[in-house]
Write a protein that binds this ligand. Structure first.
Ligand code: ADP
Length: 397
């Protein structure tokens, strides 16, 4: 069957049409600047990208343009809309309500809406995309695939914060974790590459992209992860600070005369390796700057790697061991310098890096540890769209 995978943000929307039998991408692209002016990027498999500047005042109009492109006489991937058998939507926050993907009904949409408080930037945008799709394709079954669902197996000791218990009872303040679709996909693939049953392994997945998180997967279940109530906690990221002493918020607010929401904006958008280096949030720019002698670009990358080291160490302790460490997402899949920097700290776990294999691992599944390494280390490309497609097919049948 053909599954349209939709990842809808507040002003952009990414899509892929995937044939679930061959797992081939038939067409993909994105809508940008929705509600501002509008640009559609569309690419049919095997053809060049087409870019169309066109007014997209609403998400419904953006999705209509995607559907028109998909059935276009010349470059469409399908003849008509009956060629779309199901739609899989990425939903960022499912709170405690959703421990698995689910078919989208009005009841489910209302339950997702109740999670809006927990992800005010993401969930409302996801819902707008879902509702627009339901209006345009009322008879097509749709699934919601949650970033948080995979982590609902975490034990209480991992998800509770050291805060007054009533905040959990009243507002559900706890660790949820994100990137769940990716952590699930990559940990399963890592078990396949290890040639062992998923349920027998202790796996640490390092999803290192612009957003970044680490996840401990013990016998097939997420038991801890570095992002928290929101994606701000944990690793140093492209522009997010990750873990900081909470007192810094008040300190900076006073010194810089900023409101709490302005400080949060700094922590989310102006911190991370971008804020530390003053160069860029993009690791390619940081690497180039470092190679030209920029000390802060070097520091930012080293601090980034050091934080990953700390989380791997913590999760190896939490699981009482680790069999596999997998690196994924833009940096994890491509940046051999960062991977080598991180793994250099684990001689005590019996990890030996295969330097040549590490250098050549770029965007492919590859073992990067030596055969005598006690922990199998891997680079594994993530594919969240394919994971959403598979989840959708499992629900729709
Ligand atoms: P997100 O999906 O969170 O926006 P990505 O997973 O695309 O992020 O990761 C973006 C990061 O990955 C950037 O810092 C970028 O420099 C890095 N990256 C992406 N592709 C490559 C590549 N081919 N070589 C080195 N770094 C890359």
């Amino acid at each position: 069957m053909n599954v349209l995978v939709i990842n809808c943000g507040s002003s952009s929307l990414k899509y892929q049409l995937i044939n679930s039998d061959s797992e081939e991408v038939l067409a993909k692209g994105l809508c940008e600047r929705i509600g501002i002016d509008g640009r559609l990027v569309y690419q049919k498999a095997g053809l060049d990208k087409e870019i169309t500047e066109a007014s997209m005042p609403t998400h419904k109009q953006a999705i209509q343009m995607v559907l028109d492109a998909l059935v276009n006489d010349k470059t469409g991937a399908i003849k008509d809309l009956s060629g779309i058998d199901a739609v899989g939507h990425r939903v960022v926050h499912g709170g405690e309500k959703f421990a698995a993907s689910t078919l989208l009904t009005e009841e489910v949409l209302a339950a997702i809406e109740e999670c809006n408080d927990l992800a005010p930037l993401h969930n409302p945008a996801n819902l707008i995309g879902i509702r627009a799709c339901r209006e345009l394709m009322p008879d097509v079954p749709m699934a919601g695939v949650f970033d948080t669902a995979f982590h609902q197996t975490m034990p209480e000791v991992a998800y509770m914060y050291g805060l007054p218990y009533e905040y959990y009872e009243k507002y559900k303040v706890r660790r949820y974790g994100f990137h769940g679709t990716s952590h699930s996909f990559v940990s399963k693939r890592a078990a396949e590459l290890a040639g062992k049953p998923y349920e027998d392994l202790k796996i640490i997945v390092c999803h290192l992209g612009n957003g970044a998180s680490v996840c401990a997967v013990d016998h097939g279940k997420s038991v801890d992860t570095s992002m928290g109530l929101t994606p701000l906690e944990g690793l140093i990221m492209g522009t997010r600070s990750g873990d900081v002493d909470p007192s810094i918020l008040e300190f900076i607010a006073q010194k810089e005369n900023l409101s709490l929401s302005e400080v949060m904006d700094v922590l989310n958008k102006k911190s991370g390796v971008a804020g530390m280096s003053g160069v860029s949030s993009d690791f390619r720019d940081l690497e180039a700057a470092m190679n030209e002698g920029n000390e802060r670009a070097k520091l930012a990358q080293e601090a980034f790697a050091y934080r990953v080291v700390k989380y791997i160490g913590a999760y190896a302790a939490a699981m009482n061991g680790v069999d596999v460490i997998a690196f994924t997402a833009g940096v994890g899949e491509n940046n051999d310098w960062i991977r080598a920097k991180i793994l250099a700290n684990f001689g005590y776990l019996g990890i030996h890096l295969d330097e040549e294999a590490n250098r050549s691992a770029r965007g492919i599944d590859q073992v990067i540890s030596t055969p005598d390494s006690k922990v199998l280390c891997l680079a594994v490309p993530t594919n969240e769209e394919l994971a959403i497609c598979r989840e959708t097919v499992a629900l729709v049948g």
